[in-house]
Design a protein around this ligand. Structure first.
Ligand SMILES: *[C@@H]1O[C@H](CO)[C@@H](O)[C@H](O)[C@H]1NC(C)=O
Ligand SMILES: *[C@@H]1O[C@H](CO)[C@@H](O)[C@H](O)[C@H]1NC(C)=O
Ligand SMILES: *[C@@H]1O[C@H](CO)[C@@H](O)[C@H](O)[C@H]1NC(C)=O
Ligand SMILES: *[C@@H]1O[C@H](CO)[C@@H](O)[C@H](O)[C@H]1NC(C)=O
Ligand SMILES: *[C@@H]1O[C@H](CO)[C@@H](O)[C@H](O)[C@H]1NC(C)=O
Ligand SMILES: *[C@@H]1O[C@H](CO)[C@@H](O)[C@H](O)[C@H]1NC(C)=O
Ligand SMILES: *[C@@H]1O[C@H](CO)[C@@H](O)[C@H](O)[C@H]1NC(C)=O
Ligand SMILES: *[C@@H]1O[C@H](CO)[C@@H](O)[C@H](O)[C@H]1NC(C)=O
Ligand SMILES: *[C@@H]1O[C@H](CO)[C@@H](O)[C@H](O)[C@H]1NC(C)=O
Ligand SMILES: *[C@@H]1O[C@H](CO)[C@@H](O)[C@H](O)[C@H]1NC(C)=O
Ligand SMILES: *[C@@H]1O[C@H](CO)[C@@H](O)[C@H](O)[C@H]1NC(C)=O
Ligand SMILES: [Cu+2]
Length: 576
């Protein structure tokens, strides 16, 4: 009786007085043995789990995560898609906003949720550690409100990943040593399991039991290292209701295209297998993922990961045995850019009365950024013997291949430490050529190697136009910005035209995202208001491109008012 009263009181307090909560988690990074594809290796995990633990929160909550590094290598963690207002200190990218947490070290991240709602995720942001160090963040609407779609019966995280039989750290280290492409992965995974289409992978295949007539919310995350992915479920349409921590206008699709870094909230209506239908022999359906690989002549992992949707046996006596193999979904061909483009074109902000879109109509500054694959010529001191093109692979933004500093840029900016970075990242490409032309000269392919950032005045309205190029190999690049979500106001093929293309922008209900797939041989325009002071990484979310320098940094200066200024650094910042 007493407890009931207490619960009742707590409920009242919870709804009227305290809405945002403070949550605490403990993450222990450690090496843990995992067997996949019949081989066993040590992988980096959080608390021994792969994928790592899900963080449950509500809109506006603050989450503290104590990260203990019990592994033998440096690590950092990033809270992907969380704006972290005024708090770049906890954003995570190594040597950008922090020095790594060393073996034996500890750092407490403070994750400040603000407008985000739906699904985001967290992942390591050091080397390629994120291959196994990642997990979901579920963000519920604030108390007293609900999702703007029918409440799901259950929620299921679906994290897509990539698995190497070899040690991931060695894969990228070898690539960087030789100058060639790092080895491709051996499998894709769904919640850590490759699925039974791979040899030796029947055991752990991820399975979801569903009840006929119920609705499930799949919180889909692309945690793969180097590949955009198609995803679908045999016999079922999916209703897309959210992406990147925001709501969108719902639409139904047979297939989703998701870039590394992105999330999609999908409603699955379990309306297929009916137990009183004698011709429905099979109560199992594959969900599957396979690559959207847009680059020509670049080797990639072309395998498919699967998991199984199984209808619960509600009336066991009459239910047909499920002996036949599950149906496989129809997914586009690996190189089907039309399918990828058609899917992305359907994403629009919900833009309802309760969830209005707030697109900057005017801009103060346009930054045009070319995205390129490059070659650094070999020479006597760097023979790069194994690499193709007699050079080492590199990549760049506006012809600058970003060189990682040895102390983090945030520390250097805040404490005014000189000679760590330059402020000259250009606002447009240093040369205009036919960005998407055929057979571009090799002379254009050698980038400068620098550590340049872009300085931005507080609260300016910024447009960034990402221009894909065909240097070396054109490809769809998923560009990700930390510290902000941006409206994707336009995308197109060919070279961006300053006069013509802005006329076709969607300034009404474009999707609000933290990662945008810049079309192969095309461009994408995004807008955001620079109202979050701090040091914010921007990079391609294909990790081999990040490793090669397809990155830069936006430093947003403080505004005049105290609430427009960066918070002070926490006391326990790791040191370099
Ligand atoms: C990469 O692949 C090559 C060729 O199969 C192999 O010799 C090498 O050991 C692999 N590297 C790693 C780090 O697994
Ligand atoms: C599975 O093993 C068989 C027999 O060893 C082989 O022929 C086949 O290529 C393998 N399949 C995969 C996907 O590795
Ligand atoms: C079985 O059939 C009846 C009558 O057609 C229908 O009302 C019911 O919804 C069906 N049950 C299931 C589980 O589909
Ligand atoms: C019964 O199942 C079969 C095979 O799955 C399907 O094609 C058919 O549409 C179903 N019939 C009904 C009435 O649901
Ligand atoms: C995947 O690529 C390999 C090597 O290029 C090729 O032999 C194989 O047929 C491809 N598999 C699929 C499913 O496309
Ligand atoms: C996709 O690949 C197929 C098979 O290799 C090829 O025939 C087709 O032309 C390619 N399509 C595109 C759009 O590149
Ligand atoms: C040799 O190539 C490497 C890598 O591209 C470069 O860092 C270095 O400056 C070059 N050295 C000379 C002498 O050109
Ligand atoms: C650029 O190259 C593309 C592809 O070859 C071609 O279609 C286009 O006409 C070229 N544009 C210009 C301005 O030369
Ligand atoms: C990049 O800069 C290098 C060095 O200045 C130059 O040789 C090259 O042509 C430039 N490439 C582009 C695409 O601007
Ligand atoms: C930022 O700019 C917008 C649009 O000009 C303005 O409404 C808002 O008040 C500004 N915010 C601050 C803190 O200056
Ligand atoms: C770990 O980080 C420290 C601090 O930046 C650095 O000195 C050290 O070289 C790093 N270790 C490795 C293996 O990268
Ligand atoms: Cu890229």
């Amino acid at each position: 009786m007493k407890m009931l009263v207490l619960l009742f009181l707590y409920g009242l307090l919870g709804s009227s007085l305290v809405s945002a909560k403070t949550l605490h988690h403990k993450f222990v990074i450690k090496e843990t043995k995992y067997t996949r594809l019949c081989s066993t290796k040590d992988i980096l995990t959080v608390n021994g789990q792969f994928p790592g633990p899900t963080i449950y929160a509500s809109k506006g909550d603050t989450i503290f995560v104590d990260v203990y590094n019990s592994a033998g290598s440096n690590i950092t963690i990033h809270w992907h898609g969380v704006d972290q207002p005024r708090n770049p200190w906890s954003d995570g990218p190594e040597y950008i906003t922090q020095c790594p947490i060393r073996p034996g070290g500890k750092f407490t991240y403070k994750i400040i949720l603000s407008e985000e709602v739906g699904t985001l995720w967290w992942h390591a942001h050091s080397a390629w550690d994120r291959a196994t160090v990642h997990g979901a963040i579920f963000i519920y609407p604030e108390k007293g409100s609900s999702f703007p779609y029918s409440a799901p019966y259950k929620e299921i995280p679906i994290i897509l990943g990539e698995w190497w039989k070899a040690d991931v750290g060695q894969v990228i280290a070898e690539g960087l040593r030789t100058g060639a492409d790092p080895n491709i992965s051996d499998a894709y995974t769904i919640n850590g399991q490759p699925g039974d289409l791979y040899n030796c992978s029947k055991q752990g295949t991820f399975k979801v039991l569903v009840e006929h007539g119920k609705t499930y919310l799949l919180r889909l995350i692309n945690g793969a290292i180097n590949n955009e992915l198609f995803f679908g479920i045999a016999g079922h349409k999916l209703r897309v209701v959210g992406t990147d921590g925001g709501y969108i206008k719902p639409f139904d699709t047979n297939c989703v295209m998701i870039t590394p870094g992105q999330t999609m909230d999908l409603l699955l209506f379990a309306n297929q297998h009916s137990l009183n239908n004698s011709s429905a022999k099979n109560n199992r359906y594959y969900m599957a993922t396979r690559p959207y690989a847009s680059a020509d002549r670049v080797e990639y992992d072309n395998s498919s990961a699967t998991a199984i949707i199984e209808y619960k046996n509600q009336r066991s006596k009459r239910s047909p045995p499920s002996t036949s193999s599950p149906l496989f979904p129809v997914l586009p061909a690996d190189n089907d850019t039309n399918a990828a483009t058609a899917f992305i074109a359907k994403l629009r902000s919900l833009d309802s009365k309760d969830h209005p879109a707030d697109v900057p109509k005017e801009i103060d500054e346009r930054v045009i950024i070319t995205i390129a694959m490059n070659i650094l010529p070999c020479n006597n001191s760097d023979p790069c013997s194994n690499s193709p093109f007699s050079g080492r692979l590199a990549s760049s933004l506006n012809n600058i291949s970003f060189q990682s500093p040895v102390i983090d840029i945030l520390d250097a900016y805040y404490h005014q430490i000189p000679n760590v970075y330059g402020k000259k990242f250009p606002s447009e490409p240093p040369q205009y050529y036919n960005f998407t032309g055929e057979d571009l000269p090799r002379l254009l392919m050698t980038p400068k190697r620098l550590t340049e950032v872009r300085m931005v005045e507080y609260n300016k309205s910024i447009e960034v136009v990402f221009q894909g190029t065909s240097l070396l190999a054109a490809e769809n690049h998923p560009m990700h910005l930390h510290g902000f979500r941006f409206y994707v106001v336009g995308r197109g093929f060919g070279n961006f035209d300053k006069e013509k293309d802005p006329k076709g922008y969607n300034l009404v209900d474009p999707p609000l995202e933290n990662t945008v797939g810049v079309p192969k041989n095309g461009w994408a325009a995004v807008r955001f208001r620079a109202s979050n002071p701090g040091v914010w990484f921007m990079h391609c979310h294909l990790d081999r491109h990040t490793s090669w320098g397809m990155t830069t940094v936006f430093i947003v200066k403080n505004g005049k008012m105290p609430e427009a200024q960066m918070l002070p650094p926490p006391k326990d910042m790791p040191k370099c």
